[in-house]
Design a protein around this ligand. Structure first.
Ligand code: HEC
Length: 370
């Protein structure tokens, strides 16, 4: 293939919702290795540094909306898909029934009313400040496996985690009227002293998480809490377009190259396809595709079901909670199926903004570390 690097990525983007990115041919692999080779000279910007997303890099004014632009090289039709998806990303959902027929179905348990509430202006979220309720950070919940079968499902990657028996795999700290929320995220800070090699001592704040005011009885005594801040939304389609073989080639689970990093590829069970797939999205690469991550977000974060994520099975000891969930699923499932797909378009084709001030920032970092 003689197409320049950026076009390779874009070709991947165009096909990404139809088939997984194809493996590279030898010539393409050489070209990609050339473009992604680590820098050796920090006195000048790297050749491809300014446009981190290749031809997809947005050249719009780098202001507070820098993460919200579509890829620069989208066709007119694809731009339309992007804008429809973007509208759904920003939409504030309300509980059903409501007069706004196209925006109801929120909850009954949820973490936020819109995607945008967590991925603020498509950027990352943050832990709550003291006295604030968490919005753009959530707590994932799990318990250790309790039977050989559970242990085996985890080991084989057929289950991502063992969910807390009552509260599920995520604490939903908001709810619609008449339903109790699952609880609040508590954060207490413990001071820890760290001595630096120069003799100075630092006091660091080590956060400890807990669930306050649990709405459905005590949590499992062995529950494990995993705080997750919402990541930024740029370049998702580019990550999806990387051929699986390229990622697997970089895995080094036993740190055989001795660089202190033992990267593992995440294998996740793709229920829709009925096969294992490479995990790419989320802090622990727990979702194989943007569509999968989006369906989970609709279901787990906002309470909207789809054919990919039909919502959590009601496992509560509390009849109120179970009834609330079922009702919502029935009423919105057809509409949300459409939303998930439109939204996928919006997220996948979001561009990466160009890197700014390449010339000045790199030499100054190099000077500091040298
Ligand atoms: C309550 C906050 C919250 C809401 C609402 C939310 N997200 Fe997220 N999002 C997160 C968190 C936290 C993660 C990281 C998840 C993980 O590591 O398991 C994430 C991850 C993602 C990712 C993967 C990002 C990456 O770098 O791998 C995508 C894509 C995404 N969300 C899309 C959406 C969409 C689309 C919606 C609306 C349907 C949405 N999110 C709603 C908090 C949220």
């Amino acid at each position: 293939m003689t197409l320049p690097f950026a076009w390779g990525l874009v070709a991947g983007l165009v096909y990404l919702s139809v088939e997984p990115a194809a493996a590279r041919d030898a010539a393409d692999a050489v070209r990609v290795a050339e473009v992604t080779r680590p820098a050796t000279d920090f006195s000048v910007p790297e050749a491809f540094e300014r446009n981190a997303g290749g031809a997809a890099t947005s050249l719009a004014t780098p202001n507070a909306n820098a993460f919200s632009h579509p890829s620069a090289n989208l066709s007119f039709e694809r731009q339309l898909d992007f804008h429809v998806g973007n509208g759904i990303f920003r939409k504030l959902w309300v509980s059903a029934p409501a007069s706004t027929k196209s925006s109801d179905g929120l909850g009954p348990l949820h973490n936020a009313r819109s995607c945008q509430s967590c991925h603020i202006k498509d950027g990352r979220g943050r832990p709550p400040r003291e006295g604030e309720r968490a919005v753009s950070m959530l707590l994932a919940l799990s318990v250790p496996p309790r039977s050989d079968d559970e242990g085996q499902r985890l080991a084989e990657g057929r289950a991502r985690v063992m969910a807390e028996p009552v509260y599920g795999a995520q604490l939903q700290n908001y709810s619609v009227q008449g339903v109790s929320a699952e609880g609040r995220i508590g954060i207490a800070h413990e001071e820890r002293s760290v001595s630096l090699s120069g003799g100075a001592t630092l006091q660091l704040l080590h956060p400890r998480y807990s669930v306050l005011d649990p709405g459905y009885g005590p949590l499992d005594p062995e529950v494990m809490l995993s705080p997750r801040v919402a990541p930024q939304m740029i370049g998702m389609g580019l990550i999806e377009a990387i051929p699986e073989a390229d990622i697997l080639a970089l895995a080094d689970p036993d740190d055989e190259d001795g660089d202190g990093i033992s990267g593992r590829a995440s294998r996740v069970w793709d229920a829709e396809e009925g096969r294992f797939a490479l995990g790419r999205f989320g802090w622990k690469a727990g979702a194989a595709t943007v569509a999968e991550q989006t369906a989970r977000a609709f279901s787990g974060d906002i309470g909207l079901s789809s054919h990919r994520a039909p919502g959590l099975a009601p496992r509560s000891r509390s009849p109120g909670r179970a009834a609330g969930r079922r009702g919502t699923l029935r009423s919105i499932s057809r509409r949300s199926r459409r939303c998930t797909w439109e939204r996928t378009e919006g997220v996948s084709v979001r561009s990466s903004p160009p890197r700014r001030r390449t010339r000045r920032s790199i030499p100054s970092c190099a000077r500091r570390s040298g």
